[in-house]
Design a protein around this ligand. Sequence first.
Ligand SMILES: NC(=O)c1ccc[n+]([C@@H]2O[C@H](COP(=O)([O-])OP(=O)(O)OC[C@H]3O[C@@H](n4cnc5c(N)ncnc54)[C@H](O)[C@@H]3O)[C@@H](O)[C@H]2O)c1
Length: 245
Amino acid sequence: MRVAAVTGAGRGIGFAIARMLVRQGTAVVVNDVDGRAAHDAARKLTNTVAVVGNVATEAGAKAVVEAAVNEFGGLDVLVANAGFGVVGVEVGDVTAEDWSRVIERNLTSQFYCVRFAVPVMRRRGGGRIVGISSRAWLGQAGGTPYAAAKGGVVSLMRSLALELAPHGITANSVVPGSIATPALEAMDAKAREVLLRAHPMGRFGDPDDVARAVCFLAHPAAERITGQTLYVTGGRNLLLPSRTP
Ligand SMILES: NC(=O)c1ccc[n+]([C@@H]2O[C@H](COP(=O)([O-])OP(=O)(O)OC[C@H]3O[C@@H](n4cnc5c(N)ncnc54)[C@H](O)[C@@H]3O)[C@@H](O)[C@H]2O)c1
């Protein structure tokens, strides 16, 4: 049986990815820093184990990979999804602490997970790494740390693709546009309305839209697809970055 680990899978996009992987017959390590969310998510799905922890720490990331090995015998798929956005802060008001926190949660967390996952995947003869980026990486006024972190994700995946190709491990980025998740629902109504108008399809995406793209790249048959950046934005990335979030 194939084994996957999905970080930040307690809710939103990560939960949708874990659910779709389980439906496809994959055993899944469900990670979240929110213990209740992680356990609730794992309870709703079969063939999962919950790992509570912050993957922006080495110990948290290591625990995710160790759980895959100890509970299911190895790891085939890593989906580095955990992250969060901060918008509406001009660069002069971004503190050094805010900058570090956003980079750690969105980018360093992916590096830590990859670092522990790769030796396990190499022993298994291959694997799939999918990093969740954001359309913001193309440019986001008021979101410089987040945009920089998500650009780092694209660059990390491209570099991993080159480095790991001889080992049968692919690495790709999935780039969501605005997806209707608790994070988006937490925005105020006016900001959401402005954002909606920036979408050529006139509606936000669904977490399952992102999950389908991830499952495609995570499939064993996707062995020749590596270093790619797959947009799930309903066409929004074709437009110039706006001042909207
Ligand atoms: N929702 C969107 O519109 C959107 C758009 C582009 C990119 N994204 C990206 O997609 C990913 C998921 O977003 P979402 O909207 O589902 O967010 P969400 O806030 O609804 O869910 C994220 C989950 O990750 C967990 N998490 C956060 N940091 C963590 C950490 N360091 N360790 C472990 N768990 C952690 C949270 O507790 C939460 O349960 C994020 O990387 C986000 O940046 C989302």
